[in-house]
Structures are given as C-alpha cells and as structure tokens.
Design a protein around this ligand. Structure first.
Ligand SMILES: Cc1cc2nc3c(=O)[nH]c(=O)nc-3n(C[C@H](O)[C@H](O)[C@H](O)COP(=O)(O)O)c2cc1C
Length: 202
C-alpha cells in the first residue's frame, strides 16, 4: 500500500515551534509517512523583524525551509499545524495562509483529511488549549477528521496536553519529554491516516 503524505505546516518567530515541527516530522517519518515540513510566509514588516535579533536570526536560519502552498495541502493525507500562541490565538501569519485555502475548500478538497495541531506559549496558562481549539474551528469547516494526541501514549501523562503538543517557552528550550510528545503526535496522526487510507482503498 502507498504510504501516507503528511504535511507539517508551521509558523515560528524564534524557533520553538520549528523545533516541535521537526520532532513531529521525525515521528511521522518513523511511522512510514512521506513528510514535508513547510513554513508559512512571514507577513510582518521587515522593520519589525529586524527590530528583534532572535526573530531575524530564525528567519535566516530557516531560509531553506520550503514555503507552503495550496498544492501541499492537496498532496497531504494529514496536516499538522504548528503555531505560537498569540493572545490565546494562532499567529496571524498562519491564519493568513489558512485564509487562502478557499479554492481547495469550495470543491471539498480539504474534507476527509486528518488534522492536528501543536503550539507554544510563554507561560503555562497562556492560551495553549485555546490556540489549538481555535484552529479546530477551521478543521470543522473543512470537514476534517481531528486527531488530537489525547492520552494515547505514556509520554502524554508526563507532557500533559491531550489537545496537542505544547511547550512553555518561559521554562527554557523544549525538553526531551516535549519532543517525545511531538514525535508521538506525528506518529499517532500518521497511523490514523494510514488506517483511513487503507480502509478507503479496500
Ligand atoms: C504578539 C504576541 C502575543 C503573544 N501572546 C501570548 C499569550 O497570549 N500567551 C503566552 O503565554 N505567550 C504569548 N506570546 C509568547 C509566544 O507565544 C511565544 O514567544 C512563542 O510561543 C514562541 O514560539 P516561537 O519561538 O516558535 O516563535 C505572545 C507573543 C507575541 C509576540
């Protein structure tokens, strides 16, 4: 049977969500998926980016990461979205991309795919779940199949977020537990998409 295609579409200003995206990709690849890690376009003015050295540096460091296009969403059997929390919501850069998906949504090309999300925030109660749930509103409109990690692996009882992998930036770089949770989410989504694809071809 053909392997499933998994797109990991993310926005990251200072690299945290990018490191989660890489770990999600590793889990998906190990579960047999064809994986694309794709950034959304930066929409902030150059002066804003250059005003924050860590932001400018991360943009330079990820210059070779491909920018997502609608063809990537069409290609994917499963899509995992990663975004920092912005006042309890997804980043506007990710929303700007999502707002271009009408041409795929209208003919039903986003329906029936598997969707999942992960995030980072500065503080522990800074809006991780609300950010992931806000993205889920869009998945409902697309007719998607939402696959959260839940407590489907022992690591989830340590990392503690059944909605989607989440990191608290104020506690430092993502820990091994968080990266394992991200890899698990990539694996879990891939396994679900694989089972769906097999069921649809039988
Ligand atoms: C405009 C803005 C709004 C933010 N809002 C929140 C927030 O509501 N709660 C929170 O804990 N952190 C908030 N943060 C912090 C970011 O979520 C945090 O820096 C981000 O997760 C880091 O991810 P990155 O390294 O991938 O960019 C905000 C940051 C910015 C710039």
């Amino acid at each position: 049977m053909a392997s499933v295609n998994v797109a990991i579409v993310y926005y990251s200003q200072t690299g945290t969500v990018y490191s989660l995206a890489r770990a999600v990709a590793e889990g998906a690849e190990k579960a047999g998926a064809q994986v694309r890690v794709l950034k959304v376009a930066e929409t902030a003015p150059v002066e804003a980016v250059e005003g924050k050295p860590a932001w400018a540096q991360h943009l330079r460091e990820t210059a070779d990461v491909a920018e997502v296009g609608l063809d990537d969403l069409e290609w994917a059997d499963a899509v995992l979205f990663g975004t920092p929390t912005r006042f309890g919501n997804p980043a506007s850069q990710l929303r700007a991309f999502i707002d271009t998906t009408g041409p795929l949504w209208f003919p039903g090309k986003l329906a029936g795919k598997v969707y999942s999300a992960f995030t980072a925030s500065n503080t522990a109660h800074g809006g991780q779940e609300s950010t992931i749930l806000a993205l889920s509103n869009t998945f409902y409109h697309w007719g998607g199949i939402i696959v959260p990690p839940g407590y489907t692996d022992p690591v989830q009882f340590k990392s503690g977020n059944p909605y989607g992998t989440s990191h608290v930036v104020g506690e430092g770089a993502p820990s091994e537990t968080t990266l394992q949770a991200a890899a698990h989410q990539g694996r879990h989504v891939t396994e679900t998409a694989t089972a769906l694809k097999a069921g649809r071809t039988n």
